[in-house]
Design a protein around this ligand. Structure first.
Ligand SMILES: [Cu+2]
Length: 195
């Protein structure tokens, strides 16, 4: 009897894993280089804030990574790895065409980190007021379903439950493109964005 229960539990568990193993994949074209693709706000659904603090580094007079995607509610640690002091600010957080307030985190020396929690979905264009040529992006996704494309525009978002979603493709300096996608298992969505 005990054996049977274990067997049943194993089957149920396997089915549960299979049910949540859908994905969205495809290509973002019309632009060169990396883009970001994410599932937009899902009505009536919230997601717990991730505990991990991804690091946005300032290294070699560059923001690294150039583009970071995080789920809303994530705290990002801004690190300065250079010998020179860097500043971090973003003039606003763009939520579609809506402009949310920006933030200036200040200026700090090598080896120091300053955290900031991104509560609102949107895009923060990072700048450094010491080095005007420095630029980076933090794309804050309303859901945990997001991916960065490779340089040729291919992407795959893993572990997306079946359902009907609005999926957004974002590219630096271009107009974001939104598409309704019906996810059932492994699904496809291609985007064309233009500047
Ligand atoms: Cu700087």
């Amino acid at each position: 009897m005990k054996c049977n229960l274990v067997a049943i539990f194993t089957v149920v568990l396997a089915l549960a894993i299979a049910a949540s193993a859908g994905s969205i994949s495809g290509k973002v074209s019309g632009v060169n280089g990396e883009s970001v693709v994410y599932v937009d706000t899902i009505a009536g659904k919230t997601f717990p804030a991730p505990a991990d603090h991804p690091v946005m580094d300032q290294k070699g007079l560059l923001f690294s990574p150039h583009i970071m995607i995080v789920q809303a509610g994530t705290t990002v640690d801004f690190l300065n790895s250079d010998k020179v002091a860097h500043n971090v600010f973003w003039p606003s957080v763009m939520q579609g065409s809506k402009k949310l307030p920006g933030k200036n985190l200040g200026t700090w020396p090598q080896g120091e980190k300053r955290p900031f929690k991104f509560d609102q979905p949107g895009v923060a264009s990072l700048l450094c007021n010491v080095h005007p040529e420095m630029a980076g992006y933090i794309v804050v996704s309303p859901t945990p379903y997001f991916a960065k494309t490779d340089k040729s525009g291919d992407y795959k978002i893993e572990n997306v439950p079946d359902g009907q979603y609005n999926v957004v493709a974002w590219h630096e300096g271009a107009k974001a493109s939104t598409k309704a996608v019906a996810v059932s298992g492994d699904s496809k969505a291609d985007f064309t964005v233009s500047k």
